[in-house]
Design a protein around this ligand. Structure first.
Ligand code: URA
Length: 187
């Protein structure tokens, strides 16, 4: 499937109940040819209203985090979510909702073909790295799956709630920058 067909199919999706209350399907943003991809959990209120991932308060922080390592949604990374429609009251997406939606992300990953994939938060890491992933213990560690280097960092919303997690996240960002250099990823 090509990118446009994938995007159009996703934007017309009625695979789960989240389609009923949505204002927008939040497909993703950034450079679909990027070597670095970030995956969050699911759209919040602002993302649902604007149709773009990470545009609320957490998104502003994510943009600042990206700029520390010379990445930006405008040029050299791609940003998507596990589920493309907003779960009510920002609750965690249910397993059934993730199951209904994950194919879109799998296709996005297959088409972007990133060298590095960074999970933003626990939900994304548990879905993409390992079901029993423990973000507090394992954030910043790297695993390689079929040639794709994967890691997870704290979700920007968690960093807004708890600033004591920020120094560790800074180290994780530097580790991502190192990995980009080591793999000769396109900047
Ligand atoms: N949180 C997420 O996980 N994704 C978004 O797009 C916005 C907030």
């Amino acid at each position: 499937m090509d990118w446009n067909t994938l995007e159009m199919t996703c934007k017309a999706c009625t695979n789960c109940g989240l389609c009923e209350k949505r204002h927008h399907v939040v497909f993703g943003v950034g450079n679909p040819n990027a070597d670095v991809m970030f995956v969050g959990e699911g759209p919040g209120e602002q993302e649902d209203l604007q149709g773009e991932p990470f545009v609320g308060a957490a998104g502003k922080l994510l943009d600042d985090m990206l700029s520390i390592i010379d990445l930006s949604r405008e040029s050299n990374c791609y940003i998507a979510n596990i589920v493309k429609c907003r779960p009510p009251h920002n609750r965690d997406p249910l397993e059934t909702e993730q199951d209904a939606c994950i194919g879109y992300l799998q296709n996005q990953i297959a088409l972007v073909k990133p060298k590095i994939l960074v999970c933003l938060g626990r939900i994304s890491a548990m879905r993409l790295i390992r079901e029993d992933y423990r973000i507090t213990r394992e954030h910043g560690q790297w695993v390689e799956k079929d040639g794709l280097w994967m890691t997870a960092i704290y979700h920007p919303s968690a960093l807004l709630r708890d600033v004591t997690k920020r120094p560790e996240t800074f180290d994780d960002l530097l580790s991502i920058r190192e990995k980009i250099k080591k793999l000769g990823a396109q900047m």
